[in-house]
Design a protein around this ligand. Structure first.
Ligand SMILES: O=C(CO)COP(=O)(O)O
Length: 271
């Protein structure tokens, strides 16, 4: 069996773990330590496949201390940020604070934020801008729910989210962006989009980015797939040409399982 990338990647794969509202700051440190040990034991080459975790806000200081103290080659980010930089916004977290905590990334517009906190594309565009203001790479999440998928309008729906959430950003900024395609019906359900579904949407996203920002820029953007990714299905999804990584929820809470996803190349089937 031949994979569509032949094990070759145009962009550095990014394997990202979204811990959601799991792991307090003590548990978070233990998980990250275990992950780092497991990957070190396996002699994982971080320059080939990048690893990032997205712990809750309250874990970030501990994660920073651990990664700096032990010189861990793992990147980390927050699960959300405020569109504002400072001021009377009780409960909000500024990109400036995240930057000071060493966050390389921030999730923007995760479907759970869109659904539970009614985050609109217009609001998300201001959050994307806030991330760039503080030199943090936004991981913009897009994806359709089950009804849209069943109606067959998932491509148009997802691209509309993409356009709306990227309103106002420059091509230079876009070149550093990460986009995560996460179909809502596949999140936490055990349903996983087939590799061809993931490829269809990731390719459509890249084509749209090319229209918005030019081919050269679009070729640089990393596009991840998310939704019930596990070690058993990661390799076939990552073998798709336009899939440059995965955003993992549940399976990222288990260090051994997540490490196996990071080491997906060892499960790639090549001829
Ligand atoms: O929402 C997700 C990652 O952001 C996916 O979650 P699961 O991997 O648990 O389906």
């Amino acid at each position: 069996m031949t994979t569509s990338t032949n094990g070759k990647f145009d962009r550095k794969p990014l394997i990202a773990g979204n811990w959601k509202m799991n792991m307090d700051h003590v548990q978070g440190i233990t998980l990250l330590q275990k992950l780092a040990w497991t990957l070190a034991d396996a002699e994982h080459d971080f320059s080939r496949v990048e690893v990032a975790v997205f712990p809750p806000f309250t874990d970030l200081r501990g994660v920073q201390t651990l990664t700096m103290g032990d010189d861990l080659p793992v990147h980390y980010g927050a699960q959300d940020l405020s569109a504002q930089d400072s001021g009377a916004y009780t409960g909000e977290i500024s990109g400036q604070f995240l930057s000071r905590l060493g966050c390389s990334y921030v999730l923007v517009g995760h479907s759970e934020r869109r659904a539970l906190h009614h985050e609109s594309d217009a609001l998300l565009a201001t959050k994307v801008a806030a991330a760039f203001r503080h030199s943090i790479t936004p991981v913009l999440c897009v994806g359709e729910g089950l009804e849209i998928r069943q109606a067959g309008t998932h491509v148009e729906y997802t691209l509309e989210q993409l356009r709306g959430s990227l309103e106002g950003i420059t091509a230079e900024q876009a070149a550093t962006l990460v986009v995560a395609y996460e179909p809502v019906w596949a999140i936490g359900t055990g349903e996983v989009a087939g590799p061809e579904d993931a490829q269809e949407l990731c390719a459509a996203i890249r084509t749209e980015l090319a229209q918005l920002f030019g081919d050269e820029t679009a070729a640089k953007v990393r596009i991840l797939y998310g939704g019930s990714v596990k070690a058993a299905n990661a390799a076939s999804i990552l073998a798709q040409r336009d899939v440059d990584g995965v955003l993992v929820g549940g399976a990222s809470l288990d260090a051994a399982e997540f490490a196996n996803i990071v080491r997906f190349e060892h499960h790639l089937v090549t001829d």
